[in-house]
Ligand binder design. Sequence first.
Ligand SMILES: *Cc1c(COP(=O)(O)O)cnc(C)c1O
Length: 374
Amino acid sequence: MNKDQLTELTFFRGRVALAAILRGLNISKGDEVAIQAFTCVAVPEAVLSVGATPLYIDIEADGFNMDPEDLQKKISRKTKAIVVQHTFGIPADLDRLGKLASLNAVPLIEDCCHSFASAYNGQEVGHFGSAAFYSFEWGKPIVAGIGGSATVNDPELLVRMRQALADYRAPSSSAQVKIELQYIAHSILYRPSLYWPIRYLFRKLGSLGILLGNYKNSSEVESNEVFPQSDEFQMRMASRVQTRARRKLQGLETVRAASERISEFYKESIRNSALQHPKIPAGNRAVFARYPLLAEDKGALVQAACRARIELAEWYSTVVHPLESKSWSSVGYQLYSCPEAERRCGQVVSLPTHSKVSKSYLNRCAKFLNSHVS
Ligand SMILES: *Cc1c(COP(=O)(O)O)cnc(C)c1O
């Protein structure tokens, strides 16, 4: 990853960085941007913010990333960019997706929000397309508060993005204060065994407007006529978040080592025929943002985990997380258009891989998962 750019091309959120990339590529009304289903609403939101339309591509069978075959089927002359997401930190099939991008002469953008250190065929992700974007929000490999960054491999695009960024505004002082308080609360409170109560609190405070949430809630999405028209898309990263991101990036090796050690533990210790481990194609290095498992009975497993105070994230629980199906039309997703993605939402759970996960917690987690019967 290009650390200099990562701490220079900084935006209010990851989605704002993606919107800036799209704008820099002159993508606008009438254009389509290919994105995968099984993503969060931040991605189509960025596409819609420049006036373009998301083109949803299904994910691979048994996988979490864009399926090159479905891309080939759906891509057309209207498609002006391809966003490739390395879900959970697992590198996407960059060979085949990259070939389709060059065959159709459209830029490829990597969504590296989960993948600060993963590698594809020996090369770190983030270097395979015209640009890549990152997020420093809660739950990402490097948490610095609310913020996002871009790295750009195309020199002309880089010039245009630098120029545009000069006109972005700083977040309001009240937003900055909220981010700081949230960051402090997160660093003090959060640990895997408190995942469920903290999540509950976070949602409650978010819906009351006390916290800066990550997503608008469904009713807000419904009531928005033009979705989305948020001034956040002209905002840069708060300066304190930027300072923290720069400092935390120095510790990337530690983050990577923790992820590798903990994922290895999950891989070796979780043995339950009702739970399926992720498959990583040979030659690739997945530095997991979270460790995903496919469960036969996700609903029951999640409920049991909540009772046992085991951190088990449910995302993505809808193809455009966290939007429920009634809101999918607002982001241009059609029911059944990506059946694998829809199926995966009903199966996936994920486990934490960061350094706050202790050895005793890991043992408790493995014991819980191994004794769970579906
Ligand atoms: C978190 C995330 C984003 C967007 O990040 P924000 O900073 O919330 O805008 C985009 N894509 C993926 C895959 C993410 O996980």
